[in-house]
Design a protein around this ligand. Sequence first.
Ligand SMILES: Nc1ncnc2c1ncn2[C@@H]1O[C@H](COP(=O)(O)OP(=O)(O)OP(=O)(O)O)[C@@H](O)[C@H]1O
Ligand SMILES: [Mg+2]
Length: 304
Amino acid sequence: MIITCEKCRTKYRIADDILDKPELKVRCHKCSHRFVVRRAAAAEDAFLLQDELHPDFSRVIAISNQKGGVAKTTTCLNLGAALAKMGKRVLLIDFDVQANLTILLGFRKTKSFYEVLTGGVKHIGEAVLKTRYPNLSLLPSSSKMALLKKKYLCQHNFEYLLRDKLKAIQDSYDHVLIDTPPSIEFFTLNALVAANLVVVPSTCEYLSMHGVSQIHDIISVLKKDINREVECKVLITMYDAKNTSEKVICDKLRQTYRDNLFRTVIDKDDKMQESHIVNAPISHYDEKSRAAVQYMQLADEIAG
Ligand SMILES: Nc1ncnc2c1ncn2[C@@H]1O[C@H](COP(=O)(O)OP(=O)(O)OP(=O)(O)O)[C@@H](O)[C@H]1O
Ligand SMILES: [Mg+2]
């Protein structure tokens, strides 16, 4: 059954058995508007709006793991570029003060979320840049972003800042992908609250697995307290099938996360380093390379 928020018109699919009474009070996840759903109206909406339905799943994707160097930034760039190649309108958000995503796309000294929060731009859209690649835009990072932690970390509800600002531009994109730093702090919490899907890249190393379980714990808390719809899936990255210990850890990840693990595995591929050097997504540098094909498969798994 489909219900529509009467204020912002966001559509939700709900299980039929939830609406066991003639009326149900609900709150819109997007605009927080509270309204009453009536069984007859919900049925009519389902009939009229079926063709317009865009499932909210995987619209805002945070790429996160507090372990460093597991291909978070690489995944954000290349998954975003692969989705854009499929014709999706994609916004990448660099939410890491290291600004690696911004650098990989060839930008320096840009406006960032710092200006969005402190009034340097009037509207978040003014800080968004078009990249060289069709359908792919970027909200860059800059070193000034480091000041935001100090300014806002003690503020009540600081973790909603990104989600609230995104509302103004979210409908211009099919997917918003957020790159996060290798720690759970101001930027990561904002990204997790804004997201409805968290992709957790993990290499097949012992310590990387711990990063995965830590992010799952945080998301369990968020599901209860803040954003109940967030989904979390593990992505194996930089995999070397010839390495026995990697195979063992890969199996362990499959057993532990089962349906919460992407079928696609991203192999270690020297072409990736080369693509970084020329500031290009791998699908534009060498679309036949193994990693390029695998990131296209991942995009298909998410959006297909
Ligand atoms: N599939 C791959 N094959 C080979 N090298 C890769 C692959 N994916 C990523 N790398 C390399 O691994 C390194 C780390 O990648 P990346 O910067 O994306 O990780 P990260 O998790 O974002 O790191 P940080 O935690 O510092 O933000 C980079 O040098 C990148 O080029
Ligand atoms: Mg990174």
